[in-house]
Design a protein around this ligand. Sequence first.
Ligand code: HPA
Length: 261
Amino acid sequence: MSTDTPTQPEQTEGSDSTPLGIIAGTGFQNLTGLAVDSRHEIETLVGRPSSPLLLGHWHNQAVLFLNRHGELHTRPPHRINYRANLLALQTMGVRQIIAINSVGSMHECMPPGTLVLPDDLIDYTSGREHTFVDAMSSLEAHVDMSEPYSRLLRQRLIAADRSGQATTQAVYGATNGPRLETPAEIRRLRRDGCDLVGMTGMPEAALARELGLEYACIAVVVNWAAGFNGSSAISLDEIRQHIQDAEQALLVLVDQLMKDN
Ligand code: HPA
């Protein structure tokens, strides 16, 4: 491994040279199918990303991998520099991003341990740097979010899910955290039409759209949302267990996506 300057990534022999970006969240920092070739420390005009970018390959697909919470998981959701993460990936040549987000579920059909490919979202976050418009005057201020996740990438994910087990229609509610929600807040999210709740889905999706990047989310359900389905307090042990339960299905899905490319 080498620490390089922010240049375009070199072509990995026999691979698709345009790297697919993967932004990995809690519990999924080490995707075992990824062979890492180099580490890239990037400084962007809006600061540093959460972690060095790992350039590697997965089957024949070049991949740029980023730990959303940092390599030592030191950045809570409200302290992540989402703008720097996306700009760093774009600077390194990424055009498409798969985001992996752990979430709570408020839908009986999406129990802990399962994968969901959400198709819509609601942003409840506040106080986050949520736009590039102030930093880059050339950008369109009012990007269209009528289909917030990339149709193309979602189709590829759905096709890669050979088991057909992943739920493919769901609304992701992005809360500010870092605390978990109250039962009344979850009931409100449900009334709003949310199926999932997580803390990192926004502003990431909107920032990707502002940069013209294709972006889709694999949501990994790691707990029932607060008070939902008779659940009592949400424990970290429970979350860890469900991360383990979902890990294999996640790897199979991402592996197939890389093979299909
Ligand atoms: N709420 C918010 N974010 C989360 C949850 C939750 O229940 N589980 C994992 N991320």
